[in-house]
Design a protein around this ligand. Structure first.
Ligand code: ZN
Ligand code: ZN
Length: 251
């Protein structure tokens, strides 16, 4: 089975495609399963089953925990209720007791657990579509199973990074295969231009879904531009001055 173990949907504050769009696109790409791992939000099992039936591929309920910007991330696959704790030991034992699988995503990035082996993660994400530097530093996994995931935050980021898993098509079968190490990361990191295509989609998403926040942002930018003429130092940079249409890679 081809499985992408790390995908975000619009249930994450920083991702743009709806769960339905993500699952439909994953099917079009030829993936057999995806784990939806939104930031601090467990994907509902009922919705996962419904989308699995509708699109004919396995949707694995997961979440990516840890504060999105300041605390290290962990991934839980197959747990049935969300959990958050300041202690990674508590998190890992919770996932184990729930019958889930813990994965250390992008372990050598700023927000990753480099000591995944010592901490007792079930698996390490040795191929992350967005973090080539972390991938290059994964060494001596000491027989810890390795997974690959796109870490996609928009559709153009999907389809380049996945894991080959020796399992039947069931959720339990896939989780058991990861625990047993019957999984091999495959593919590549996301090509730079496809990675960049995320940002205009993100701007558009913010404008459409959070017009109030986008308007206040625009007002701040205008204020800063006007301040330029007065010799005052602008405090807000224009982050994303371009917006483009969507074009997704063909499967
Ligand atoms: Zn992360
Ligand atoms: Zn992620």
């Amino acid at each position: 089975m081809k499985v992408d173990f790390h995908v975000h949907t619009s249930r994450s504050v920083d991702a743009v495609a709806s769960p339905r769009q993500v699952v439909k696109y994953a099917k079009k790409l030829g993936l057999d399963a995806i784990a939806i791992t939104d930031h601090n939000r467990l994907f509902p099992h009922a919705l996962a089953r419904q989308l699995s039936r509708e699109f004919g591929l396995l949707v694995i309920p997961g979440m990516e925990g840890g504060n999105i910007a300041i605390r290290k991330h962990w991934i839980a696959l197959g747990i049935s209720r969300p959990f958050e704790s300041l202690s990674i030991d508590t998190v890992l034992s919770f996932i184990r007791n729930e019958g889930g699988v813990s994965v250390a995503p992008h372990p050598h990035a700023r927000l990753g657990y480099a000591d995944y082996a010592g901490l007792g993660f079930d698996a390490v994400e040795s191929l992350n579509g967005s973090e080539p530097q972390s991938n290059a530093l994964v060494r001596n996994t000491r027989n810890i199973p390795e997974t690959g995931g796109s870490d996609a935050h928009a559709l153009p980021m999907m389809g380049y990074t996945w894991t080959l898993v020796e399992a039947d098509g069931t959720l339990d079968g896939v989780l058991e295969a990861v625990r047993g190490g019957r999984c091999t990361p495959r593919g590549t990191t996301i090509p730079f231009l496809d990675f960049l295509r995320f940002y205009p989609l993100y701007v558009r998403h913010r404008i459409l879904c959070e017009p109030g926040a986008a308007l206040s942002r625009a007002c701040r930018v205008i204020r800063d531009i006007r301040a330029l003429g007065t010799g005052e130092s602008p405090c807000t940079a224009v982050e994303y001055p371009w917006i483009q249409g969507e074009q997704y890679p063909s499967p």
